[in-house]
Design a protein around this ligand. Structure first.
Ligand code: FUB
Length: 331
């Protein structure tokens, strides 16, 4: 009986996961070989609007977390109540999992499932999210935790880890958004975030408490969307630059800086005024994951779509400018 119930639960769970089919539209490759055809793989999710991608490489899969853009076609601002998760073994075929986290999972939050990132530590998955706080005016950062990369996630703290009253370098109420997180080689975890001002702080090993003061980093034309990553012995801090946003980046030999600005990494993403990048290495290749407004006829700044293109490093560690494509990643 117990086995039957387990099997039924497993079947119910599997049927709630959905494999996203890549579009069968083909196009001629732009390499002088008209006989070669390629698939149109960008945007990677075509049945929903998705923004603010944040990817996690865990074991042999990539987990892609994104906000769900739910704004009606005649509504010109963000309407975001939940986050979504997809997984892939090859960066081409993506499986959608049941909705793992909503704003309502944080009892203290009011609205706005804005940008977020998941990181794994000791078999637990910590999801740092932006939400509008219910009682402390302004945006704030919450943390959810799960035993699996696909959830279910629950509020890890019962309150925000960052609130607007903790940061005073600017008067705007939305400077505490867009968390990005990294665990350095020595085990020290860091949280970066911000709009207009780029903030960062150490996290305790429990991942839900700050471990020191909130500091700021000076970056040219910093708007928002910091993403921290490391490759070989270089730290990279990429971010949304100006508005409408390009993506720029800085490099350092230490996570505590000094950061050297290196230039523009990606152009304005067409009809979306935000671009919001995530950078990963998976199975020996580097990827730049971002959003644009490519899903037509109604896509745009508030109905965005996640796309993926390759990222290439120069010999000296600097980054080649990203080329955004409609073909995306090919098998
Ligand atoms: O999705 C809402 C906001 O738009 C994010 O927090 C920013 O990074 C921008 O993408």
């Amino acid at each position: 009986m117990k086995n039957t119930i387990t099997t039924l639960l497993l079947l119910a769970f599997l049927s709630s996961c959905k494999t996203i089919k890549t579009e069968s539209v083909t196009a001629s490759a732009n390499d002088g070989n008209p006989s070669q055809s390629i698939q149109i793989n960008n945007p990677i999710i075509k049945d929903k609007y998705t923004g603010d991608p944040a990817a996690l490489v865990y074991k042999d899969k990539v987990y892609l977390y994104a906000g769900h853009d739910e704004a009606p076609n005649d509504f010109n601002f963000y309407k975001m109540n939940e986050w979504l998760v997809y997984s892939s073994s090859d960066m081409v075929n993506w499986q959608e999992h049941p909705v793992p986290l909503k704003v309502t999972d944080f009892t203290w939050a009011k609205s706005d499932a804005w940008a977020a990132q998941v990181i794994e530590r000791n078999g637990k998955f910590y999801w740092y999210v932006t939400v509008e706080h219910g009682t402390i005016p302004g945006k704030s950062i919450g943390v959810a935790v799960a035993d699996s990369p696909t959830g279910p996630f629950k509020d890890a703290l019962g309150k925000a880890i960052i609130t607007n009253d903790m940061t005073t370098k600017t008067n705007i109420s939305w400077d505490d958004i867009d968390p990005t997180v990294m665990i350095d080689n020595d085990g020290q975890a860091y949280l970066f975030w911000g709009n207009t001002v780029c903030h960062y702080a150490k996290l305790k090993a429990n991942m839900v408490e700050l471990d020191g003061p909130i500091q700021t980093i000076s970056l040219p034309n910093f708007t928002e969307a910091p993403w921290i990553h490391k490759k070989k012995d270089w730290y990279y801090l990429s971010y949304a630059y100006q508005f409408p946003e390009k993506i720029a980046y800085a490099m350092s030999k230490s996570i505590n800086g000094p950061w050297e600005y290196k230039g523009i990494l990606n152009e304005i993403a067409g009809n979306s005024n935000t671009n919001h990048q995530s950078i990963i290495e998976f199975k020996g290749k580097d990827y730049f994951i971002y959003h644009n407004g490519a899903t037509q006829p109604n896509g745009g700044s508030f109905r965005r779509s996640v796309c993926i293109d390759r990222l290439y490093y120069n010999e000296d560690g600097t980054l080649k400018r990203v080329i955004m494509t409609t073909e995306g990643i090919q098998k």
